[in-house]
Every structure is written in structure tokens, then in C-alpha cells.
Design a protein. Structure first.
Length: 317
């Protein structure tokens, strides 16, 4: 494993981090979760990324991770970077969503209890709140650092304009924004024109989620939509109508290029993100140890020739 400095901070993060968005809820097999976490750590993945409502059910990913910490992984606490977030729907009523000080503070306290921790390494505002002043949301993050409940803070899903305002408020509190977590993949490049340059300029790290576009950038959809895939299910983040013939055609061409590079499409998709020095880390989710090991193989070849980069641009146009 190689490690990148996160923005202008002192913190090093692994180039690949493990996300617990999927496969760590109560419907998942506990022994599989445990093996995923230990395999990740044994391979140098030190960062484990959670949020208050990861599951299903809400909170269950944190509870299950807490069990894994308690049953062995926790002895390496000082070698782990554990992050969690609040901002999306978590509990009913007026105080269980968005970006108020009350919600963020209460949610983090609940997260720490579920995981059996005294602090997290990174706490994120999971999304901007149009109804709450950014001064309140960022002020809460700054106070959370001062209280010792988080070592660093970050933001997620903020546009470039919203990010600029948030960074300015955190600077006033003398608590820098460590990192921005954004959706980024070959098939979703919306952050390239303005957000990535802003983060570089301000010395803020960047971690990419959904690097495989919910499975689109794997060999799963090369021949259409399989019955057991995310897109075949009526619920979930990848809907059948998003898997268009145009996208599948692009994915097939990318897959051919990946083969020429001696990689799977998934490996190339992760490597493509890591070629950019503005990307600190890439978050991968895995349903099995074998899948996680396959994703780690991306690190064996993250160099792209000018010709390969141009070929990829031509395909993605």
C-alpha cells in the first residue's frame, strides 16, 4: 500500500480506503464483514469510512464495525483512520436530518456509542443544508474538534461554491477542512471543472466515492443487466434506466483498453482516478474478500501513457 498526504495536513491516507456504505448492515453476514475489515487492514488499508445511517437498518454498519473493533481490530486503534458523517436522514422528527448544530452533535455522540469509540479521526458534514446557515454547520464541526470527539473534519457532496463558503468559515474558527468526499468516476466527472481545482488551491484532500459507478465500471454490465445486479433491483442507487446502451457501449470500449493494459475494468477505473495527484484516496466497497483483493490490484499499475489518456477521453466524450 502507498499513502498520500491529505491536502496540506500532516495526515497520510492509503490510496485505497474501505467504504462501509454497502455490505455492513444487519442483512449482511457478520463473519464476511469481519474478514473484509481484517483483510483490508492486513493489506495496508488503514481508513474505514462510515456514516450514521449506513445499513440497512440505519446505524447498523457502525454497530457491526464496533463489534469488529471490540473483537480484535480495536487493538490497532492508533493505526486506524475511522470516519463517520451526519447530514442525511437518520431518525424521525425535526432533529434527525440535515445540518443543524443539534443534529450533528447528537448524531456524532450516537455514532461514538455504536462503535465503542472515544473519538473518530474524521467527522463529515454529509451534505449541505440549504435551510441552515453554513456558519452554524461549520461552527459545530469546529467545536466537535475542540471537544476532542473528532481529530479532523471534512465535508461531502458540497458544490464548489458551497465548499468555498464552508472553507472560509472553518478558517475563521482556525479548524481547517481536511478533506472533501465527492462522487467521482470515469462516468461521473462533474467535479473536474471547478471543485478539484479549488481543493488543490486550498490544500484540501479529496476522497472519491462510487469509483466504479455503482458497478457500471466492472465486467458486470458488458452484456446487459444481469438478474442479480444492483440495476435489476427496484430499490438502490443504480436504476435500470441509468444503464443505457450508450453507456454499455462506452464500458465495453473501456474494458477492451483495460485488457490491453493487463487490468480488469475495475482496476483501470480505480487506477485512472489515482493518476490525478488531487485525489488523495479512492473509496471502494466490497461484498467479498476476493473482490477487495481484486480492487487492490489497481495499485500495481496507475501509470497511463498520453495515448491511453487520449483514448479514454475519446471513449468518454
Amino acid at each position: 500500500m502507498e499513502y498520500n498526504r491529505c491536502g496540506r495536513s500532516g495526515l497520510l491516507l492509503p490510496k485505497i480506503s474501505l467504504g462501509l456504505w454497502h455490505n455492513f448492515g444487519d442483512a449482511s453476514d457478520y463473519e464476511n464483514m469481519r474478514q473484509l475489515c481484517f483483510t483490508a487492514f492486513d493489506n495496508g488499508i488503514t481508513q474505514f469510512d462510515l456514516a450514521n445511517n449506513y445499513g440497512p437498518v440505519y446505524g447498523s454498519a457502525e454497530e457491526n464495525f464496533g463489534r469488529i473493533l471490540k473483537k480484535g481490530l480495536g487493538q490497532y486503534r492508533d493505526e486506524l483512520v475511522i470516519s463517520t458523517k451526519a447530514g442525511y436522514d437518520m431518525w424521525p422528527g425535526p432533529y434527525g436530518n440535515w445540518g443543524s448544530r443539534k443534529y450533528l452533535m447528537a448524531s456524532l455522540d450516537q455514532s461514538l456509542k455504536r462503535m465503542g469509540l472515544e473519538y473518530v479521526d474524521i467527522f463529515y458534514s454529509h451534505r449541505p443544508d440549504p435551510q441552515t446557515p453554513v456558519e452554524e454547520t461549520m461552527g459545530a464541526l469546529a467545536d466537535i474538534v475542540r471537544q476532542g470527539k473528532a481529530l479532523y473534519v471534512g465535508i461531502s457532496n458540497y458544490t464548489a461554491g458551497q465548499t468555498e463558503k464552508a472553507l472560509a468559515v472553518l478558517k475563521e474558527h482556525r479548524v481547517p477542512c481536511l478533506i472533501h468526499q465527492a462522487r467521482y468516476s470515469m462516468l461521473d466527472r462533474r467535479i473536474e471543472p471547478d471543485l478539484l481545482p479549488l481543493l488543490k488551491q486550498e490544500g484540501v484532500g479529496m476522497i472519491a466515492f462510487s469509483p466504479l459507478a455503482q458497478g457500471m465500471l466492472t465486467d458486470k454490465y458488458l452484456n446487459g443487466i444481469p438478474d442479480n445486479s444492483r440495476a435489476a433491483k427496484s430499490t438502490g442507487h443504480l436504476q435500470r434506466e441509468q444503464v443505457t446502451e450508450e453507456k454499455i457501449n462506452k464500458v465495453r470500449q473501456l474494458n477492451d483498453l483495460a485488457k490491453q493494459r493487463g487490468q480488469t475494468l475495475a482496476e483501470m477505473a480505480i487506477a485512472w482516478l489515482l493518476k490525478d495527484d488531487r485525489v488523495t484516496s479512492v473509496l471502494v466497497g466490497a461484498s467479498s474478500v476476493a473482490q477487495l483483493i481484486d480492487n487492490l490490484k489497481a495499485l500495481q499499475n496507475t501509470a497511463f501513457s498520453a495515448e491511453e489518456i487520449q483514448m479514454i477521453e475519446n471513449i468518454l466524450q
